[in-house]
Design a protein around this ligand. Sequence first.
Ligand code: SF4
Length: 279
Amino acid sequence: MDAAFGEPRNFFTNRYIYLVISQRARGLSLGVNLNPDQVCNFNCVYCEIKRSAGDRDRRVNAKVMSAELRKVLNLVENGQIQGMPCYNSVPEDLLQLREIHLSGDGEPTLCPNFSEVVETVVHLRAMGNLPYYKLVLITNGTGLQEPEVQTGLAHFAATDEIWIKLDAGSQARMELINRSYVPLARILENILALGKRRPIIIQSLFPIFHDQEPTPQDIEDYVQRLVELKQGGAQIAQVQIYSAHRPANSPDCGHLSLKTLSRIAHRVKDAAGLATEVF
Ligand code: SF4
């Protein structure tokens, strides 16, 4: 998934927990990697995860993850982070913890002990002394219907957020960009089911691929799916529209101009009446 929007991740010596300074969140974003095995059921053209061979555990070791999380939360809480060479020139307000991302080097809802991870993070948040920060699940939406995931999401507070990827409005476009065997219809069903229960955020990445921008039809298909989701009762709090920032694994993938991204956002606002953010 694409949690950090261009900022490098600092894993310290951890296996699961990393920190980024997020311009978007105006502060620290702490990440939990739920996919130590790097598994994903998408193969997006813009993905920048360097997948390496080797057997890694599918499950997150919750004990290890919890210890790493406590250690990093303590660094932030005690202000020790400011003294570290890589952070000592960073303004103080950018070193406040704003959010914890449940994300990873793959698709987090494929994590077999997803609910255990969420429960551990929620517990540590409740036990700590830091000012309020939210949890954000960043997902491609394919596993939201799984009982394990539903159990985990039940621990989310109303102010926590779920960001769901939707890059395409047609199966053909999805197969071109996300290169997945999962049907678009299933993802739309999952978005609708969850969006009827709580507000969600849609994340849409539009790359240039093989020197081609998304066609007007691609954009209309995409906008139409958002209209249908809204009409069906999904509470879409925001649609984030952006493009590929970091070097992708596929050399044929490039950054779409801000002008085109803004044009897509205007279309979403006009046709679906949804709030958008372009970056
Ligand atoms: S959803 Fe796409 S970008 Fe995210 S990890 Fe999977 S292949 Fe990479």
